[in-house]
Write a protein that binds this ligand. Structure first.
Ligand SMILES: C[S@@+](CC[C@H](N)C(=O)[O-])C[C@H]1O[C@@H](n2cnc3c(N)ncnc32)[C@H](O)[C@@H]1O
Length: 263
């Protein structure tokens, strides 16, 4: 069985490159850092740097960004971006090598559905946040997409059933209530902001290529070649038939979370 780190190790070279979906949500996420903090900001599960780049764009010269992740290949791609005043380090979101109450802002873009226990990650963020410090996080969310994501789930279901025992460890169904987990972790003023992106795509093949350039990829990797080819055909047929733009537009939603440590 693979784990989430191996999944992203294998994805690093293609991760989201064909659409820019994660970057599209990163901008609105960091806009929620109001007022913009000074000092050190930590981007947890930074991946190839969608949120790190948005932070760098938004924050002033007297702010340093520490970008951490558990996947060395993802961090290697992030390092290649040579973002100014940005340090990159290998760190697990559940055990940050940082002192208690030291950080003004922690960000975690699309991480909470990749940790078995999201509460553990939230408690760790709370531990390192300075009094009044802010945590910004994003999770997959609903979208006005004509019901296509539901069709996609139905297309995947029989294939997932074939290989469910090979689902990466640490990957959860993200059905848990982040608000309740955040409150249990001692975080306060928990706000959620719905967000959507609608990005042009070249068509169903391009859309499917993008789908397999992120977490979904595990199913493709786990299937035998003939089943993987059948899944590819089913996804493309579903985009042609059920998608409101025939697979020529990526419609996706997220929930952006803002919460803080008590003062
Ligand atoms: C979907 S990507 C999101 C990356 C980036 N934040 C973005 O918005 O594009 C999830 C990232 O979480 C990282 N990850 C998963 N579990 C982790 C953990 N326990 N600690 C640190 N990083 C983790 C993966 O290696 C991957 O880079």
């Amino acid at each position: 069985m693979v784990d989430v780190t191996e999944l992203f190790d294998g994805l690093a070279d293609r991760y989201d490159r064909s659409a820019g979906y994660f970057a599209a949500f990163a901008g609105p996420l960091v806009e929620l850092a109001e007022p913009a903090p000074n000092g050190i900001v930590v981007d947890v599960a930074a991946g190839t740097g969608a949120v790190t780049g948005a932070l760098r764009h938004r924050l002033g010269e007297n702010t340093r960004v520490l970008a951490v992740d558990r996947s060395i290949p993802m961090l290697r791609r992030l390092r290649r971006r040579r973002l100014p005043r940005t340090q990159v380090a290998l760190m697990d979101a559940r055990r940050l090598a940082l002192p208690d109450r030291s950080i003004a802002l922690v960000t975690a873009g699309f991480l909470l559905h990749f940790v078995t226990d999201a509460g553990e990650m939230l408690r760790e963020a709370r531990r390192v946040l300075a009094p009044g410090g802010v945590l910004l996080a994003s999770t997959p969310g609903p979208c006005d997409d004509g019901g296509w994501w539901q069709h996609y789930g139905e297309v995947l279901a029989p294939y997932v059933a074939q290989v469910s025992q090979r689902r990466p460890t640490d990957m959860n169904d993200w059905a848990h209530d982040i608000g309740a987990l955040a409150a249990a972790a001692g975080l306060v003023d928990v706000d959620r902001h719905p967000a959507e992106v609608h990005l042009p795509m070249r068509g169903p093949e391009h859309y499917r290529e993008w789908l397999m350039s992120m977490g979904n990829r595990w199913i493709d990797d786990a299937l035998a070649p003939a089943a993987a080819a059948a899944l590819r055909d089913d996804i493309i047929a579903s985009l042609r038939t059920h998608h409101p733009a025939g697979g020529h537009r990526l419609d996706a939603g997220a929930t952006l979370w803002r919460m803080r440590a008590p003062r």
